[in-house]
Design a protein around this ligand. Sequence first.
Ligand code: 5GP
Ligand code: ZN
Length: 142
Amino acid sequence: MGESNCIFCQIVDGEIPSHTVYEDDAVMAFLDANPLAEGHTLIIPKDHYSTMDEMPDAVGAAIGRALTQLAPVVENSVGANASTIGINNGEDAGQEIPHVHAHVIPRTPDDHGGSIHSIFGGTPEIGDDELTELAQDIETRI
Ligand code: 5GP
Ligand code: ZN
């Protein structure tokens, strides 16, 4: 039983129908209801975690495994040779459904979509010293 007010938990529990493409003990994958491209697929943990940091390592590994297995299959099924794979991780990043989900969006040369870089208006000025300091800070926090 998932969170009663979570759409994706309701999909896992079979209370809301979905076009499911894959399921194992930890993970489920289904077609996005408002696809950005044909084959747009969502991969979710079956248990409810709002954001990535809440997921146990084993669940993260299961999501990663499903992504590597499914992305090429989804691409092939719609005749694409590439996909954009992304997670809106948290409300500030545009996450609308607070249950972790990875998007697999098949890409074609004429789809008029951009790269992940195109989400941002530009690149902030960050000097090399600052990069060194930041890398050390992140490393010590892991
Ligand atoms: P987010 O912005 O949270 O990363 O993306 C949520 C995604 O879930 C959107 O692409 C949206 O189309 C999809 N979505 C929302 N509600 C449903 C639903 O009930 N079923 C399915 N299959 N997808 C949904
Ligand atoms: Zn949920």
